[in-house]
Ligand binder design. Structure first.
Ligand SMILES: Nc1ncnc2c1ncn2[C@@H]1O[C@H](COP(=O)(O)OP(=O)(O)OP(=O)(O)O)[C@@H](O)[C@H]1O
Length: 255
């Protein structure tokens, strides 16, 4: 079953064709990679998929439903969550409080309830606290629940950010350069973490520059170059494709 599909997606900034006629199909349960040289259009393409940008042309489908042009929070509510290149945690809040923010999307209480601490508000707070702890336990981060996010090692912050995206109860998770700035040890741990999430049933689409990471992680990979899809295939096929090798400045891809 196709969970995320783009058809002829284009994104232009004035005369600049950042994304040009990209077709992509991500199947349920897979880890799908998006790679390409700097400026190839990867992040712009993600922004179109997640509703942060409205495509100039083309369509995006989530679980068969057209989501082109609808707002990011509506797309998130339909089952797509994402992380960004820069970590966006609240550093002065605990890990648990950061996670709880993700859950509040699903609670029914209003501002009124929060101000007056109504029974409904207290019940929601308790439920969110419990679900937050359950989520942290599920992903192996419960020991950090009461630690301030800003005090965590960089690699752990990244995991917490991914865990917070899971609070939105997504079917599909888009990760934009999750290994950026990590040391080799943190990258290895992140690889296991993402594989574990995939084992739990989450479909994952990931942009990454670290070739070793992407080749070891993904079932299939799409290569973008100058906004266009250059090639799509298994890691083995990508590694051996002449056009892909050429796009990476004529060098064989080191993995
Ligand atoms: N908001 C914007 N306004 C104008 N041009 C933009 C905007 N966002 C991206 N671009 C341009 O679109 C092209 C694609 O950029 P994008 O960031 O999507 O590439 P990328 O493949 O993600 O690059 P990197 O690997 O360096 O993150 C680049 O030429 C970039 O300068």
């Amino acid at each position: 079953m196709t969970i995320l599909e783009t058809k002829q997606v284009c994104m232009y900034f004035g005369g600049l064709k950042a994304v040009e006629q990209v077709d992509m199909q991500v199947e349920k349960g897979e880890i799908f990679g998006v790679i390409g040289p700097n400026g190839a259009g990867k992040t712009t393409f993600f922004n179109v998929c997640s509703g942060n940008y409205a495509a100039t042309h083309g369509d995006v489908f989530l679980k068969g439903e057209a989501i082109t042009g609808i707002r990011p929070e509506q797309i998130a509510a339909k089952g797509m969550a994402r992380t960004f290149q820069n970590i966006k945690l609240f550093n002065n809040m605990t890990v648990l409080d950061n996670i709880k923010i993700g859950f509040h999307m699903h609670t029914k209480t209003q501002l009124w309830d929060a101000i007056f601490h109504t029974r409904a508000y207290r019940a929601d707070e308790e439920a969110v606290e419990r679900q937050g702890m359950e989520l942290l336990e599920m992903v192996g981060l419960s020991e950090y629940a009461l630690t301030k996010a800003g005090n965590l090692a960089y690699g752990t912050q990244r995991k917490v950010e991914i865990a917070r995206a899971l609070a939105m109860k997504p079917d599909i998770l888009l990760l934009d350069e999750p290994a950026a700035g990590m040391n080799p040890n943190e990258t290895m741990q992140l690889l296991s973490f993402v594989k574990m999430l995939n084992g739990m049933g989450y479909t994952i689409v990931v942009i990454e520059h670290d070739m070793k990471f992407i080749m070891n992680l993904c079932n299939r990979i799409m290569v973008l170059n100058y906004g266009k899809k250059l090639f799509s295939g298994t890691p083995e096929e990508v590694k051996n494709n002449d056009e892909v090798i050429e796009a990476y400045f004529g060098k064989p891809i080191a993995v």
